[in-house]
Structure formats: structure tokens, C-alpha cells
Design a protein around this ligand. Structure first.
Ligand code: 5GP
Length: 198
């Protein structure tokens, strides 16, 4: 599952709330060249690596996808994600739109979920309230958000993140519904033979 949304849409909080309810779900940990923020933990929020190391991992094909976002590089470690999928676990990638479009090309069976704030005003307030970025950076993120919203129709589902608990309910419902798709059900899941099932 791929989750994207503008900065301030609350996708990070949404994913951590989902994990509290469903600890068996895996949220992939990306590598990034950006500085570690106060309170962030290496290996939990990101793997913090240098530009040189990132470039070398690109050359070695170690990323499932990668992109430059706000002047920094971010990438999803390929091996870790594929390992978890092989173990039949649900994996969430919380990545930007450029990365999501790369995943869409390579893995058409992935499920794409877009998180939006209820209004531009709320988005602005959320970005300003977290007191993390400079005024120029906030304005840049807001401009970028407007562009990002034009990608909504590339996604399978949209969650309007007004109340966090309702948004988590919706995310859980999407995951549940996707697992019930006929293509995910095999004869071994029910006591039917292949002929009886199809
Ligand atoms: P932040 O620096 O605020 O943690 O993240 C900035 C943006 O980078 C967010 O939109 C986030 O979803 C995106 N991002 C985080 N990890 C990855 C990744 O591995 N690949 C891509 N393409 N985007 C990522």
C-alpha cells in the first residue's frame, strides 16, 4: 500500500495511529539524505545517510523507488520491502507522489491511497503549528501542496483527514476491503478445491 499526501495532511500521524491498532502491519523505513530532526530515531523514522551513500545505493539498484523532495533525497529499500511481502505481511510505503508513480509503473497490484486535509486553511495551520519550517519553507510547501492535489485521480482511494480517528477507521476499512478482493483469495483459504472455487 502506498500512502501519499501533501506536507501537513497528517499522513505520518495516520500511519502511526494505524500501527497502534494493527501492529502486524509494516511501515517501510526509508533512507534519506536530510538531517535527523529532534526526536527522530535512526532506523525507526529513517535511515540517515550521506548524499554519496545515497548515490551509490541508486547505482547498485538498492531502491524500490527514490525521489528528490524539498532538496533532499528519499528512497525505499527494495530488499526489506520484498522480504516482508514474501512473508505475506501488509507493507505501507509513506512516500511522495513521484515515488508513488514509480511504484505504480513497477507494481500495478499495489493500492494507492491519497491523504488530504479538509481545507487549505487547515493545511496552512497544521504546517505553521508544528513550528518546524521557516516562513519561506512553509510557503514553498503550501505551493507544492496545491500542485500535489492535482494528482488525486492517480490514486485508488482518498481519505479526507478531518478527524484523525475517523481517518484511521477509513484506512483500516480500505485495508480490510482490499484483502477481500477475489484475486487475494485462493482455494487454500477456504475448504474448496481449485475447480469448485473457479
Ligand atoms: P519529511 O522530510 O517531512 O519526513 O518527508 C518529506 C516528504 O518525503 C514526505 O512527503 C514523505 O512522504 C516523502 N518521503 C519519505 N520517504 C520517502 C521515500 O522513501 N521515497 C519517496 N519518494 N518519498 C519519501
Amino acid at each position: 500500500m502506498v500512502i501519499s499526501g501533501p506536507s501537513g495532511s497528517g499522513k505520518g500521524t495516520l500511519c502511526s495511529r494505524l500501527l497502534q491498532r494493527r501492529p502486524e502491519i509494516v511501515v517501510s523505513v526509508s533512507a534519506t539524505t536530510r538531517e535527523r530532526r529532534a526526536g527522530e530515531i535512526e532506523g525507526k523514522n529513517y535511515y540517515y545517510i550521506s548524499q554519496e551513500e545515497f548515490a551509490s545505493r541508486i547505482r547498485e539498484g538498492l531502491f524500490l523507488e527514490y525521489a528528490q523532495v524539498f532538496d533532499q533525497y528519499y528512497g525505499t529499500p527494495r530488499d526489506k520491502v520484498l522480504e516482508q511481502l514474501q512473508e505475506n505481511r501488509d507493507v505501507i510505503l509513506e512516500i511522495d507522489i513521484q515515488g508513488a508513480m514509480q511504484v505504480k509503473k513497477a507494481y500495478s497490484q499495489a493500492v494507492f491511497i491519497f491523504i488530504v486535509p479538509p481545507s487549505m486553511q487547515v493545511l496552512k495551520e497544521r504546517i505553521m503549528n508544528r513550528d518546524r519550517e521557516s516562513i519561506e519553507e512553509i510557503e514553498r510547501r503550501l505551493r507544492e501542496s496545491k500542485k500535489e492535489l492535482t494528482y488525486i485521480d492517480q490514486y485508488d482511494y482518498v481519505i479526507i483527514n478531518d478527524k484523525i480517528e475517523t481517518a484511521v477507521d477509513k484506512l483500516e476499512a480500505i485495508i480490510l476491503a482490499e484483502k477481500c478482493r477475489s484475486r487475494h483469495i485462493s482455494a487454500s483459504d477456504i475448504e474448496f478445491s481449485e475447480e469448485e472455487l473457479r
